[in-house]
Design a protein around this ligand. Structure first.
Ligand code: CP3
Length: 344
């Protein structure tokens, strides 16, 4: 049965009644319902319990009226079966206990069978497909560069010093790691599609730390493998990064039916760099959700004016929702997008 979804139509650059909208990190600590669950379970426990992960996925769908659901999980979950380890410590973000620094470390990574080792994610997807009805479900994984950066640094990073040092000083180890990660992440994403995800997004959140030459040599072939493997499963694929103004043409070459734009580039300029044969997603600055509603409306309309009714725009933020964002404002943005008319 084909879904009558404006989100899926926009991914395929087909006509829509109004612009579809969803938000990266639409489930999370800015919502009281989520905080209530987090009082009882850690982030990793939520992911490990498919019923709870499904419930958290549904919270923003009910509260906001968005046009797509994104599975509640984390891009770093594959670090657990790989043997790198994963913990979320209070205030510090992710901690990966056995970081990868040498060829030996790469060789010691364990083989991963996503259906078994990350089977709880597929179970959450199967539950959600039974509950979501007309709202499509987005599955996701991290792109090899962004996931590798956490695995090499052992956590979040500003400068990516250890990551880039491996890339520039020990390229053999870098390529061996990217090769392994691209296989694991591709298998993981394909398993999500086969479990029922109707679209997938590949998050290369931090790839904007690279220049185009390095992207082409050290990243593109590996992202391309994942994006192409997902494409073969016949679902739309979203390719997202931030700080990517200089990388957009190469990211398009790597793949994706939809390319994510952050707020640093005007939507029409970004779309021009990419060309008319891809859809785009974006690109409100997440900090604008803390501004007064009239200012937000001006900026939301500016983005929609720049899209100018062209087929294939999905409204989103340029990056994830921030922790203290007012829920009512997020809901108001959904309504602003749905109420907007190009010929107003
Ligand atoms: O609603 C959704 O978007 C789905 C769930 C989702 C989470 N993480 C849950 C989560 C998604 C899509 C992600 C992706 C993710 N995780 C990315 C890529 C997207 C991006 O924002 O760039 C990255 C880089 C991660 C890694 C990660 N996970 C970090 C750095 C942190 C710590 C940040 C913090 O605020 O402490 C996380 C934790 C995390 N993943 C939270 C959520 C809702 C934080 C909330 C909590 O602890 O309950």
């Amino acid at each position: 049965m084909k879904m009558n979804s404006r989100f899926l139509k926009a991914c395929h650059r087909e006509p829509v009644d109004v612009t579809p909208v969803w938000f990266m990190r639409q489930a999370g600590r800015y919502m009281a319902e989520y905080r209530a669950i987090r009082e009882k379970y850690s982030l990793i426990e939520i992911c490990h319990h498919p019923e709870i992960a499904a419930e958290v996925t549904l919270q923003p769908v009910r509260a906001l009226g968005v046009d797509a659901a994104i599975l509640f999980a984390d891009i770093l979950l594959p670090a657990i079966p790989l043997g790198v380890g994963l913990e979320f410590s209070k205030g510090e973000g992710p901690v990966l206990q056995n970081p990868i620094r040498t060829m030996e470390d790469v060789k010691n990574l364990r083989p991963v069978n996503p259906e078994v080792d990350l089977g709880y994610v597929m179970d959450a997807i199967r539950i959600l497909r039974g509950e979501l009805k007309d709202i499509p479900l987005i599955g996701f994984c991290g792109a090899p560069f962004t996931v590798a950066s956490y695995m090499i640094e052992g956590g979040s990073s500003r400068e990516f010093l250890k990551t880039k040092t491996m890339m520039y000083s020990d390229p053999q180890t870098w390529h061996a790691l990217m090769e392994k990660l691209s296989v694991v992440l591709s298998d993981y994403l394909v398993a999500q599609i086969r479990a029922g995800a109707q679209t997938v997004q590949v998050f290369d959140s931090w790839v904007g730390a690279l220049n185009p030459q390095d992207y082409q040599e050290f990243v593109l072939p590996y992202s391309q493998k994942i994006l192409q493997d997902a494409k073969k499963e016949n679902v739309p694929v979203i390719h997202f990064g931030t700080n990517t103004t200089t990388l957009l043409p190469l990211m398009k070459q790597a793949g994706g039916d939809v390319l994510g734009l952050d707020w640093r580039i005007p939507l029409d300029d970004g779309w021009k760099l990419l060309g008319d044969d891809v859809a785009v997603q974006g690109n409100l600055d997440p900090t604008l959700l803390f501004a007064p509603l009239p200012e937000i409306k001006k900026r939301v309309h500016d983005i929609l004016d720049r899209a100018n009714g062209k087929l294939g725009h999905i409204f989103n933020l340029g990056h994830g929702i921030l922790q203290h964002t007012p829920v009512d404002t997020v809901k108001a943005v959904v309504d602003m997008v749905h109420e907007y008319r190009v010929d107003k």
